[in-house]
Ligand binder design. Structure first.
Ligand SMILES: NC(=O)c1ccc[n+]([C@@H]2O[C@H](COP(=O)([O-])OP(=O)(O)OC[C@H]3O[C@@H](n4cnc5c(N)ncnc54)[C@H](OP(=O)(O)O)[C@@H]3O)[C@@H](O)[C@H]2O)c1
Length: 253
């Protein structure tokens, strides 16, 4: 699979940025659209854009709130008319915690407001992004929509409990992606939709929760990006609608 026109959401984050760097090195790349809530304030993305400009890759950096339909509608107006299909949409936007929000250890910590915030980014965001980009995915050519889920979103694999909202939001994302995969297969049999688990990766998102993780199980963003890009480049239409870990193994729903 050749990557010519690519959009990355969450491009400023730990995994998103590492993935963006790998994609920028793809030999056939022509268009790279880099989005995140605060993408324009990322010095690293600006640096990457300068490198792309030197290689004549059309690189756009756009602030997009994945939870906001108006923001997504504004994003699609920035896509050059000559780009009629996207070879890859990689969604690395996600939320586990912020200053005023921590994953729940017990049911008594559940709050409607926190659940809404976590669901907005991790569950509704990916499918709203896919809806906005649908015209660029439904064309009859190989296209991959890959979104970062998490193993904790697997209902079958839930042995520890806790993290109610994040787990449930990732489970909901998985269901949205599976449903979309079925619809896309009917109109674009070369379309591939993947829910990916990156493994525990050393980023801002996981940093407060790394204490119990064995050193060999805590991956660098660069390692994860290499594995995920490899998976994406070799994905086949029969893989669509699956939940796959960084090592290529399927994860039960
Ligand atoms: N790290 C891990 O161990 C791990 C494990 C399993 C799954 N994952 C999943 O992998 C994905 C990437 O995680 P990460 O570790 O790279 O996290 P990260 O470093 O915290 O990056 C998160 C990214 O999401 C963006 N984002 C957050 N809210 C957004 C919104 N409303 N609209 C648009 N962009 C938004 C951020 O943009 P701004 O910086 O501009 O706000 C940032 O680019 C997440 O979905 C996460 O759940 C991570």
């Amino acid at each position: 699979m050749k990557l010519q026109h690519v959009l990355v959401m969450g491009a400023s984050g730990g995994i998103g940025l590492a993935m963006t760097k790998k994609i920028a090195a793809e030999p056939e790349l022509k268009t790279l659209i880099l989005c995140a809530a605060h993408a324009s304030s990322s010095k690293l993305l600006q640096e990457l854009k300068r490198e792309c400009d030197e290689k004549n890759i059309h690189c756009l950096i756009i602030d997009v709130d994945i939870t906001n339909e108006n923001s997504l509608a504004a994003l699609v107006t920035c896509i050059t008319p000559s780009v009629t299909a996207l070879d890859l949409v990689f969604n690395a936007a996600g939320l586990l915690h912020h200053d005023a929000l921590l994953p729940e250890k017990t049911i008594t910590q559940i709050s409607a407001n926190a659940m809404q915030q976590i669901f907005a980014v991790n569950a509704f965001g990916p499918i709203l992004l896919a809806k906005a980009l649908w015209p660029w995915l439904r064309t009859k050519q190989t296209t991959v929509f890959a979104s970062l889920s998490a193993r904790v979103g697997s209902i079958e694999d839930n042995r520890l409990g806790g993290w109610y909202s994040y787990r449930a939001a990732k489970s909901a994302q998985n269901q949205f992606l599976k449903t979309m995969a079925i619809e896309l297969a009917r109109i674009n049999p070369a379309g591939i939709v993947l829910a990916l688990h990156p493994g525990t990766t050393d980023t801002m998102l996981s940093r407060p929760y790394q204490a119990g993780v064995a050193a060999e199980k805590l991956f660098t963003p660069d390692f994860v990006a290499e594995r995920l890009l490899e998976l994406i480049l070799h994905a086949k239409p029969e893989d669509t609608g699956s939940f796959i870990a960084w090592d290529g193994n399927r994860i039960p729903w």
